[in-house]
Design a protein around this ligand. Structure first.
Ligand SMILES: *[C@@H]1O[C@H](CO)[C@@H](O)[C@H](O)[C@H]1NC(C)=O
Ligand SMILES: *[C@@H]1O[C@H](CO)[C@@H](O)[C@H](O)[C@H]1NC(C)=O
Length: 758
């Protein structure tokens, strides 16, 4: 089953959001361009001297005293939880205007790149339909439209599901029905995102969770799947974790004042939200709740988890009395996830001893009687399992690469023992990504999504009995893309302590010289045990087709090499994440994959912390950096339990109320370590409504850099005023951010076709 996802994560399995009092901002408000602060600041950057000077944030010194240590924060005032303070908004707007002015000479290039990226997309398309019960379900995109339509078509046969099934679409085929058109729902909203779309077990109703601000606080609507009419009143203030418990109940999760998912609720359709029953309240503020339905749909699992402990309740959806029952107990240091099939629960269990997890099963009626199905292995980490009537698919990692192993299960009713003779799926690229996809439980067909940096996302149906796989859908890439022009490879760099760090590399073989003169974009993340797998991205081709080498550094703190990889890059070992990244850069330079003069780096969120840290440690090593929604004010944020995620992440970064952690954190926290030195060209982004990394962290970081840095390089800040952690919501709007970022990188490297002379 899926796991709870943490803060600064990329794919939105969002739980967190800002204070509900946040006032929507009028974009039309007059620009108060120079109406803030004092005027002292660094001299204008030499190379952009003819431009208006960059905005200078006023200084309002605030003493922060902890453990007898004094820090002075001149920009604390930039944090405004209501997001409505006129001085703060004026400052953010001034930063945006300055950024637009500085980038105006490459606006045409940005537009060209945008057109290029968009030109690779087949705008009218459907994804691979999934046969579930009496329908094929799928999503459709339309030319020129930002959002998807959720569709279905009746299945005209009773024949069992096979890998060869094709949804009939001819004139005689049953009609397509559009259940929900997000384009219609998004009208009138600057931001629109659907966080969950759940069809009821009898296929008659749909519950969906909607966010219209980017703050990740959802409203849940139930509609009739045929007529689209609303059923009952919407549920307000919900996370995107919702599940059906039978055809007439929903289970959902809400958050406390610091946006921690803390309560599970049971809602009877068409009743008032205020009469919903709270099934569980997690009072420990280092724990957050998650919700998941079993593939069999018979059980819901509620997981309460911190960073190294989690325990589970189950709810039997078929029972009249819908209550939570303990499945795995709360034991500090033990982490569990659960699933169900037949007479058994299947549980993955991780502990300090069995750090890469083992898989066990227990009878439904005696959860204490566990049998080991897959023992703990030092070199193989169990990531996730997916269950079927007769099979189990185990998603694992070995030597940094994903692995999928299938086992046939004994018939239901028979006893279950250690799994033997698994079949492993072979993948072609030397470095690649595989994501599980929703599959039909009552079938032998595993659906997964494969890609590599040179292979577009490919949905396969795999027959777990015969091993036959059929490609159901490969994402079209227009604009003359030919995978055979590209090389993807895996390289290893040695860290100072001898640890070998894997990297995934992409380039065009006809364009690169590998003599040190090629430009490079090096990407990193390295937190929360998250694996940054080398997936395909159409927009990235705009760099690679301009001769860039693109590299992902799979540094410690991530999960690519197993649980230990994570533990060696968190808490008091966090600096391994940063030094690994630096070591990867040095390795690539030494091996002539790039040079300092052509090296750009990029990271988002916790990867933005990585950017801030390495820029302070080795500003000489890079030519340009892009820090997206960066978590850069680590000490101040982690000392403040009123900020979302702080309490939940003391086990990730450490608890700076303890002296040891305080000083360690202070030694790398980017805002605290900005120094009077030369920095490379830097672009920093933020989202005003971002609940995960408050916009004020990057705003303070930029203000302090401007004040102290001694170089004349670019320093730009772009704050989306109508979005959150995941930038804009529309699929084309999002591309604008890539185009802008690439234009910045090309400008910073002096690679623009016709640089306007300034
Ligand atoms: C919890 O996490 C920390 C850091 O990853 C680890 O050192 C510790 O042993 C874990 N388990 C327990 C039971 O404390
Ligand atoms: C799976 O498909 C989606 C949508 O096409 C894609 O964005 C994602 O990266 C894919 N995952 C992999 C491993 O390619």
């Amino acid at each position: 089953m899926l796991r709870l996802l943490p803060r600064h994560l990329l794919p939105p399995r969002a739980h967190r959001a800002i204070s509900p009092t946040a006032s929507p901002l009028s974009r039309r408000r007059a620009l108060l361009l120079l109406g803030f602060g004092c005027c002292r600041g660094p001299p204008p950057a030499h190379s952009y001297a003819s431009m208006a000077p960059p905005p200078v944030a006023k200084k309002v010194p605030r003493q922060l005293v902890d453990h007898g240590d004094v820090r002075v924060d001149n920009y604390y005032w930039l944090r405004d939880d209501s997001r409505s303070d006129p001085d703060v908004l004026a400052h953010l707007r001034a930063e945006n205007d300055y950024t637009a002015a500085v980038m105006s000479d490459v606006k045409q290039l940005e537009d060209e790149i945008y057109a290029e990226i968009r030109g690779r997309i087949k705008e009218d398309d459907i994804d691979a339909p999934l046969r579930k019960g009496q329908y094929y379900y799928y999503e459709r995109t339309l030319t020129g439209k930002e959002y998807v339509q959720h569709c279905r078509r009746p299945v005209p046969t009773d024949a069992p599901i096979t890998v060869h099934d094709v949804m009939p679409t001819g004139p005689d085929a049953p009609d397509e029905h559009i259940i929900l058109d997000e384009n219609v729902k998004a009208e009138g909203h600057d931001y629109y995102s659907i966080g969950a779309f759940k069809v009821s077990p009898n296929n008659k109703l749909v519950a969906y969770a909607e966010d219209t601000k980017g703050d990740e606080i959802y409203t849940v609507y139930v509609i009739d799947a045929e007529s689209g009419e609303y059923v009952g009143q919407p549920l307000k203030g919900i996370t995107s974790d919702i599940e059906w418990a039978g055809d007439d109940h929903l289970v959902y999760i809400t958050m406390d004042s610091i946006l921690r998912p803390d309560k599970v609720w049971l809602h009877k359709l068409e009743s008032d939200q205020s009469s919903d029953a709270c099934l569980y309240h997690e009072k420990d503020d280092t724990f957050s709740l998650g919700l998941q339905a079993s593939e069999s749909k018979k059980y819901l699992f509620v997981e309460s988890g911190s960073k190294n402990t989690s325990f589970i309740f189950y709810l039997d959806t078929s029972k009249q009395n819908k209550e939570l029952v303990v499945l795995t107990p709360r034991v500090y240091g033990i982490d569990t996830t659960a699933s169900h099939r037949g007479n058994h629960f299947f549980i993955t269990r991780r502990s300090d001893e069995f750090y890469n997890s083992e898989l066990v099963a227990c009878p439904l009626d005696n959860v204490a009687e566990t049998t080991v199905l897959l023992p703990h292995r030092e070199s193989v980490k169990i990531q996730e399992v997916q269950l079927f009537d007769n099979h189990i698919a185990v998603y694992e990692r070995e030597n940094g690469l994903p692995k999928v192993t299938l086992y046939r299960l004994p018939a239901i009713g028979e006893s279950i023992g250690q799994l033997q003779g698994g079949r492993t799926i072979d993948f072609i690229d030397p470095t690649y990504a595989v994501d599980p996809e929703e599959s039909e439980f009552h079938s032998s067909v595993l659906r997964f999504n494969y890609s590599s940096m040179r292979t577009p996302p490919s949905v396969y149906d795999y027959d777990m009995d015969s091993g036959v796989s059929v490609l159901k859908k490969i994402k079209p890439v227009l604009g003359g893309f030919d995978a055979s022009n590209y090389v993807t490879e895996r390289k290893w760099a040695a860290a100072a302590d001898g640890t070998q760090i894997p990297m995934s590399v992409l380039y065009r073989k006809d364009l690169v010289k590998l003599d040190g003169s090629d430009p490079m974009l090096l990407y990193g993340y390295g937190s929360y045990e998250i694996c940054i797998d080398p997936t395909f991205r159409g927009s990235r081709l705009s760099l690679v087709d301009r001769g860039f080498i693109y590299v992902i550094a799979h540094i410690r703190g991530g999960g690519e090499m197993g649980r230990k990889w994570y533990e060696d890059g968190k808490l008091l070992k966090k600096k391994n994440t940063f030094t690994d990244f630096i070591d990867c850069a040095e390795h690539l330079i030494k091996n002539k994959y790039c040079s300092k003069e052509k090296l750009c780096i990029n990271g988002r969120s916790a990867g933005g912390l990585l950017m801030g840290a390495v820029l302070n440690m080795r500003p000489d090593l890079f030519k340009a950096a892009v820090a997206g929604v960066p978590f850069v004010d680590v000490v101040t944020t982690m000392l403040d339990p009123t900020i979302p995620l702080t309490t939940a992440e003391w086990e990730e970064w450490g608890d700076p109320r303890k002296e040891e952690y305080y000083y360690y954190m202070k030694s790398y926290s980017p805002v605290d370590n900005v120094a009077a030195q030369e920095y490379p060209n830097i672009l920093v982004t933020a989202g005003l409504n971002d609940p995960r990394v408050m916009y004020s962290e990057p705003a303070k970081y930029v203000a302090k850099l401007r004040d102290l840095k001694t170089d004349g390089n670019l320093l730009l800040f772009k704050c989306e005023l109508g979005a959150g952690h995941f930038s804009k919501s529309g699929r084309f709007e999002k591309l604008q951010e890539d185009a802008f970022t690439y234009a910045f990188i090309l400008k910073a490297l002096g690679m623009t076709p016709k640089m306007a002379s300034v």
